[in-house]
Design a protein around this ligand. Structure first.
Ligand code: PLP
Length: 390
């Protein structure tokens, strides 16, 4: 089908919740995508940090093929090896407690919110300005963005929004507070790395009151920043983390992972999901987690990130480069002489340069290539962005 035909189907049958670009991707491999006309693209978005191991990694494909042909689903009323092995691997990779598997990032945060409230009944959840935690009601209530929240009021009560200021955060955490929920690097709102002072204030406030410190590592995790989890590069160890996106190697899965203190806060019957931790996605995730835990790959992410950041800093229209590892953003110089709109730049990158990036705001472009990206691909992406200079 042509893009024009797909657009007609979209117009008549798909709810208009996405603003899609006029490109139909039909194949992916590594850091590359191909459209229906056979054109090749460099993918520097990776499905928004989903394809950390690259498109169609042969080991992920093999694990999925093998599992789907043997057993695709049973209820969580029964055991399967992939779900239990994945729970063990996730726990051992991070906080050493217990794991709740689910199907997406928003669901992982829902589980985290329920866990925190179960441990501290009725307690508030403190969240930060500029946060994004997902689109379901609990996760949306933790996402203080007027345009996303306002049409869906009333939201879930008990969320307290604070500025990204250590003193304000510390003061907002009271004796009955259930949790502080934050992204160590805010992704959807433009790749803003939270300061260690802020994270330390959150840790101290939670230690003082017994609130749970929960890091949303849905975008930052799975090696994206050069360590398996972003908290490893901070001075702080959270009580729980949430993961999704790259966890499934391209398939939909999410997870809530706790340390020992919260490991048994949820009780039988408290939470559940039909598809959660199904054998196919769990098999894919076991492979993705193993690949993203590789120390050589993680060291490579740090080197590749520095190379890409340097290349981006040299672009004639860039005012700032932000981020860590291969989780990067550029702010476009808003000098009136060469004012560029980020959405337009991302669109031109896609259509003219065959480079997939995305705009997180009017002046910010986000770049999150697969972690297996080569030096040649990094340099090629920068060259394609240079070609878009006014
Ligand atoms: N949390 C963070 C930090 C995210 O970046 C996202 C998605 O962009 C989510 C939560 C929601 O994940 P999902 O779209 O899988 O529900």
């Amino acid at each position: 089908m042509s893009v024009a035909e797909l657009k007609t189907l979209e117009r008549d049958y798909a709810m208009p919740t996405y603003v899609r670009n006029p490109v139909q991707f039909v194949r992916g491999s590594g850091a590359r995508l191909w459209d229906a006309d056979g054109n090749e693209y460099l993918d520097f978005l990776a499905g928004i940090s989903v394809l950390n191991v690259g498109h169609c990694h042969p080991r992920v494909v093999e694990a999925v093929r093998e599992q789907v042909g043997r057993l695709s689903h049973v209820s969580n009323l029964y055991y399967t090896e992939p779900a239990m092995k994945l729970s063990a691997a996730l726990s051992e990779s991070s906080l050493g407690g217990k794991v709740f598997l689910c199907n997406s990032g928003a669901e992982a945060n829902e589980a985290a919110i329920k866990l925190a409230r179960r441990a501290r009944p009725g307690g508030n959840i403190v969240v930060l300005e500029g946060a994004f935690h997902g689109r379901t009601y609990g996760a949306l209530s933790a996402t203080p963005q007027e345009t996303k929240q306002a049409p869906f009021a009333p939201l879930v009560p008990g969320f307290v929004v604070v500025p990204k200021d250590p003193g304000a955060l510390f003061d907002a955490v009271e004796p009955g507070t259930a949790a502080v929920l934050l992204e160590p690097i805010q992704g959807e709102t433009g790749i803003h790395v939270l300061s260690d002072e802020l994270l330390v204030a959150a840790r101290e406030a939670c230690d003082r009151t017994g609130a749970a410190l929960i890091f949303d590592e849905i975008q930052t995790g799975m090696g994206r920043t050069g360590t398996l989890w972003a908290y490893e590069q901070t001075e702080v160890v959270p009580d729980a983390i949430t993961s999704a996106k790259a966890l499934g190697g391209g398939l939909p899965i999410g997870a809530l992972i706790t340390g020992q203190r919260l490991a048994d806060a949820l009780h039988p019957g408290d939470h559940g999901s039909t598809f959660a931790g199904g054998p196919v996605v769990a098999s894919a995730a076991l492979v993705a987690l193993e690949l993203c835990s590789d120390q050589e790959l993680l060291a490579r992410v740090r080197v590749a990130g520095a190379r890409l950041a340097a290349g981006l800093a040299s672009l004639p229209y860039v005012a700032a480069v932000r981020g860590r590892g291969l989780m990067l953003a550029i702010d476009i110089d808003q000098d009136p002489g060469h004012r560029l709109d980020a959405a337009e730049l991302a669109r031109r990158a896609l259509l003219e340069q065959r480079l997939v990036v995305n705009a997180t705001g009017p002046a910010t472009i986000r770049l999150e290539p697969p972690l297996i990206v080569s030096d040649d691909e990094l340099d090629e992406a920068v060259a394609r962005l240079v070609a878009l200079a006014p």
